[in-house]
Design a binder for this molecule. Structure first.
Ligand code: DX5
Ligand code: ZN
Length: 226
């Protein structure tokens, strides 16, 4: 199987052991991407790591990087993450001054351009500019922390984005992040997600490889039914 094929499982290292990062990156080698949550303690009330750490993760990870920027002023900082080699860089719509210009800059720097929306942010404003992005991240928890409960009330806007993409013949990836587990992944897949971020469901499993495979199978079965 081509690892870039949907459904994609992106393992979030927010749930990894930060002082054993190299070993914890090796443990998720069968996931499609390593999801890297950059938090600045300003856009969200939590602090993780910045470009220096992400550069080391890029050098060490067996799989490509999916960087999720939960930071203020992504217009200024996001291009640097594309330059250090991240496969995708996703910034928050709520934080960007000029989302379309930023997405174009990210693509020009060689990354897939992603835009994320918080649970309370409507998705309609993205429908007519879907072509500017390679992936859209519908947050299924309030950004900031791992281990929170999945918010099913975000599913209608995911469905609407999926329908908008279908109408326009867009192949934009639709990603969900937060509370994704064996119990919730099917609803997100059925609503149109093709890319699933999972932190605690992956790192909390006794057998990580089996957990990734199981999530992928559950997502595939649900998307075939929808
Ligand atoms: C939350 C982060 C998520 C987090 C998800 O703000 O964006 O990527 O790691 O963690 P789980 O899968 O535990 O909800
Ligand atoms: Zn994330």
């Amino acid at each position: 199987m081509n690892l870039a094929d949907a459904p994609r499982i992106n393992a979030s290292i927010l749930a990894a052991d930060f002082v054993n990062m190299q070993a914890d990156l090796a443990r998720i080698a069968t996931a499609d991407f390593v999801h890297v949550d950059v938090m600045d303690n300003h856009f969200v009330p939590n602090l993780t790591f910045g470009p220096q750490m992400v550069e080391r993760i890029q050098a060490t990870s067996p799989i490509p990087l999916d960087v999720h920027l939960m930071i203020t002023d992504p217009d200024r900082w996001a291009p640097g993450y594309a330059e250090l080699g991240a496969a995708s860089v996703t910034f928050h719509l709520e934080a960007a001054a000029d989302p379309v210009a930023l997405a174009r800059t990210l693509r020009a720097r060689g990354a897939r351009a992603g835009v994320a929306i918080k649970p309370g942010t409507a998705g309609e404003s993205l429908h007519d500019i879907l072509g500017e992005f390679d992936q859209i991240l519908v947050m299924t928890v309030e950004p900031g922390f791992g281990g929170q409960g999945f918010m099913p009330e975000t599913m209608p806007k995911l469905r609407a984005l999926r329908d908008a993409a279908r109408r326009r013949g867009s192949n934009v990836w639709l990603q969900v992040d937060g509370g994704i587990s064996d119990a919730t992944i099917a609803q997100a897949a059925e609503a149109g997600a093709d890319t699933f971020v999972a932190g605690s469901a992956v790192y909390g499993a006794d057998d990580i490889e089996a957990a990734v495979t199981r999530l992928r199978h559950l997502a595939r079965a649900a998307s075939l039914e929808s």
